[in-house]
Design a protein around this ligand. Structure first.
Ligand SMILES: C[S@@+](CC[C@H](N)C(=O)[O-])C[C@H]1O[C@@H](n2cnc3c(N)ncnc32)[C@H](O)[C@@H]1O
Length: 462
């Protein structure tokens, strides 16, 4: 980006500009005298009036005041909270345009950070991108005696009610309203972010798409259990809530869940289905938030692996064993490696309920386990990695290329760390063959991708 000694825009002034590109967060970008202005909510092709809210050395940011010429990709029916909620940054665009933008984000990030130029496949979208979230994390807030469950405002930590959020099922929205009523009536002390006092901090929901059963997790500031009355009232009205947990989080920071979970009532697990496989999920285990799209993602992983029944597969960062079990029925042996012990236990249980006997799950950090496993002379035909947003550690990447599998499949929810890691793997003797974005998070700028890499050396296992 070019640096300007005299900025062509001034704070709080209004300007008219044409938007001609977008950022990786989906904000529109227009230029004044070649000085980039980022405008959330503006779409490439639009002419807009903006008010400048921030001026930096090489760019500025503005709020959209008026759309002078609208894009044909502008969505006309938006959520009533579009101007305040920080949740759905792409909801002002129609769905096809969102999918196209995500493809472009992946393509340009791979090129810019990874130096990889490749044709990216069109993003796999949903038939109907609504009510897709199987997990919701709501902040609990009290003002003038009234309790609200909601999300942070766009530009602050003020909590705003969700007003029937379309990302969740009707049932979750009904329970949210009911909880707001009973928490207000029962005078439950709500945690105050500012002075760090109070009891109830967050309420987390998980819902099974297959069975509709719901798990509720009450996040509290201390170990006291003041929730029994609330639980009885919910149980009476909503029999689909089958597990009630307390999670204790005394830490003052922004992380929602603490380390300790206590089952207060119910089964303690919810069950869901992906393809023909059943999965049991504990409150602390990772499970993709969009069940319908997760199934498409894992089906793609299986297609890329091209298994014939003779292969050894390593599924690194395996969670509750989703990808491992998708692969196990078509491979000789699968190793699933996961750092959260409880998730590994879920994975072992999931192998049993699906009658899979050739998958072994190991509770370990992959950056410790894989180098040792390779050093002991082991090798795999296919290595799948599906790391958290920060991507893979150097030790993992190094061990992966040293293991010389015929195929590496990389599943990622962060194009930037993906691009960084692919660059390393390419330097280690691999070629990027296929890049497939999958829309796991419709209406937001987040994008999941799956990448197939094959070895470009003859030493690797075919
Ligand atoms: C994006 S999730 C993917 C889980 C699984 N593949 C799925 O699709 O459900 C990443 C997983 O990696 C686990 N994890 C994080 N750091 C790890 C590490 N250093 N070694 C092994 N697993 C790790 C997390 O607990 C989480 O379950």
């Amino acid at each position: 980006m070019q640096k300007h000694s005299v900025k062509p825009v001034e704070l709080n002034q209004e300007y008219t500009l044409v938007v001609n590109s977008h950022s990786h967060e989906g904000e529109g970008i227009g230029r004044i005298n070649n000085f980039a202005i980022f405008v959330p909510g503006a779409i490439p092709g639009e002419e807009v009036k903006v008010k400048i809210t921030e001026v930096k050395k090489s760019f500025a940011r503005g709020v959209l005041k008026e759309i002078i010429v609208a894009s044909k990709n502008r969505n006309q029916e938006n959520c009533t909270l579009i101007d305040t909620c920080g949740g759905c940054s792409l909801q002002h665009m129609n769905y096809d345009a969102q999918l196209e933008m995500k493809k472009e984000i992946v393509e340009s990030t791979l090129k810019k950070i990874g130096g990889i130029e490749i044709e990216v496949a069109p993003t796999i979208g949903m038939d109907e991108p609504v009510a897709y979230r199987n997990k919701g994390q709501f902040h609990v807030h009290k003002k003038d005696g009234q309790v609200t469950l909601g999300f942070y405002n766009k530009n602050s930590h003020d909590v705003m009610g969700t007003n029937n959020c379309s990302l969740f099922s009707e049932k979750i929205n009904e329970i949210v309203v009911f909880l707001e009523e009973i928490l207000t009536d029962e005078q439950i002390k709500v945690y105050n972010q500012k002075d760090k006092t109070g009891y109830l901090r967050n309420i987390v929901f998980r819902q099974s798409k297959e069975t509709n059963e719901i798990m509720l997790i009450f996040v509290t500031n201390n170990k006291a259990n003041k929730l029994n009355k609330i639980i009885s009232l919910i149980e009476e009205k909503f029999p689909e809530v089958t597990s009630f947990f307390q999670n204790i989080n005394p830490e003052p920071g922004p992380i929602i869940l603490g380390k300790e979970f206590k089952l207060l009532k119910g089964k303690g697990l919810i069950s869901d289905k992906l393809g023909s496989l059943d999965f049991a999920i504990s409150p602390e285990s990772f499970f993709q938030v969009n069940t319908e799209q997760a199934e498409k993602l894992y089906t793609k992983a299986l297609e890329y692996a091209g298994l014939t029944g003779t292969e050894t597969v390593v599924d690194a960062y395996c969670g509750i064993g989703t990808i491992s079990l998708f692969m196990a029925k078509h491979a000789k042996k699968v190793y699933g490696i996961e750092s959260v012990t409880r998730a590994t236990e879920d994975a072992k249980f999931n192998a049993i309920i699906n009658e899979v006997t050739n998958a072994e799950f190991i509770a370990a950090k992959i950056e410790k386990w894989l180098p040792k496993w390779v050093e002991e002379g082991n090798s795999a035909d296919v290595i799948v990695v599906d790391p958290p947003r920060k991507g893979c550690d150097q030790e993992t990447l190094q061990a992966m290329v040293e293991a010389k599998p015929g195929k590496i499949i990389y599943v990622s929810c962060n194009p930037s760390t993906l691009a960084r890691d692919l660059k390393f793997i390419v330097a280690g003797g691999y070629e990027v063959k296929k890049v497939q974005p999958v829309d796991m998070f419709p209406l937001t700028s987040h994008v999941e991708s799956i990448i197939l890499m094959t070895s470009s050396t003859s030493e690797a296992k075919k």
